[in-house]
Design a protein around this ligand. Sequence first.
Ligand SMILES: *[C@@H]1O[C@H](CO)[C@@H](O)[C@H](O)[C@H]1NC(C)=O
Ligand SMILES: *[C@@H]1O[C@H](CO)[C@@H](O)[C@H](O)[C@H]1NC(C)=O
Ligand SMILES: *[C@@H]1O[C@H](CO)[C@@H](O)[C@H](O)[C@H]1NC(C)=O
Length: 307
Amino acid sequence: MVYLLLISLATHLAQATNAFLINDNAQEIPRAYHGHWFSYENGVGSSALVYEHTFGNLELVDKFTHKNDYNYNGFFDGVNSTMLMKVREGQHTCFYCVDVLMRTDNILQYRKSDCFTNNGGINMCPGKDQVPAVDQLATLFRLTVTTVNCMSTFDGVYQFAFEQEMGAGGICNNPDSTIEACKNPGSPYVDNEVFLMKYAKCSNVSTSTNHTVRYQCMGTWSAMVGPVSYTFAAVADTVERETRKRFKCLMTVKNQKSPDNSIRWVMSEFADCSKLKSLDNGPVRLTLQPKIQHCNSIPPGIDALVG
Ligand SMILES: *[C@@H]1O[C@H](CO)[C@@H](O)[C@H](O)[C@H]1NC(C)=O
Ligand SMILES: *[C@@H]1O[C@H](CO)[C@@H](O)[C@H](O)[C@H]1NC(C)=O
Ligand SMILES: *[C@@H]1O[C@H](CO)[C@@H](O)[C@H](O)[C@H]1NC(C)=O
């Protein structure tokens, strides 16, 4: 009797856990993916709307939800999945395997297979057993950015040197170039959800100018590139109107332990993470130096200076 009760209890628990893991309808695209997204791949920008059954022009056929790595403390919404999708193309139907990794509330990365014409079911999708590596993924940036804290991206005040890969004449290292990621009680933002990147002109780098960019944070994630574990971050320029330039991808390595405490990052020019290959190889290379001056020594009202 007790035995039976235990079995029934165990079954109950298993069901409860299952229901919990698959809180989304099995036949719908995960809710966390819904929205309006932008990507910039191979020089082409495009946007896609994701709803319950459609991902851009693709229609959901079947879905496999990858097991979650984390304990979500009762909240479960971020999921990786492999989906079988289809689209009618002329006379025939094209099927695609689409693997989606949810990196942050604002960032999805995905791989789409080539078209195949027979519906062999979700088991045909190799991503079900092995999620794609970073170099196989394209990045989607959420067009209406969900607020996230910047702390995992930048926290505090840094001086920075920068160098652009394409035709911009070497390293600009002005002591007045700073990144300021501070809690600012004087600003309309409750917490540090934005940071400032203040570029100061270098007389020896003709393309450099004095200007300030205010970036909104879109979250961070980590991923292996070859044998190295990198931390990635995405940000949105709060005033840039050209969408491909509005979103940037950044990459660093935690705990670099350089003798002078400097922290290296690489940054993209466009809404594209695929150009970040290593800390030496990316469209913009940044070297940050933590400043003695802390957030609280920045005079209030600094926001008013941002143009
Ligand atoms: C999604 O997959 C990536 C790559 O394997 C992994 O790092 C990440 O933790 C996964 N996310 C979740 C929520 O399981
Ligand atoms: C410009 O000057 C800075 C500071 O002296 C130096 O670090 C940097 O390498 C110089 N850049 C070029 C392109 O000469
Ligand atoms: C850039 O800012 C510095 C410091 O405020 C100032 O001295 C310099 O004249 C400015 N340069 C330009 C080109 O505006």
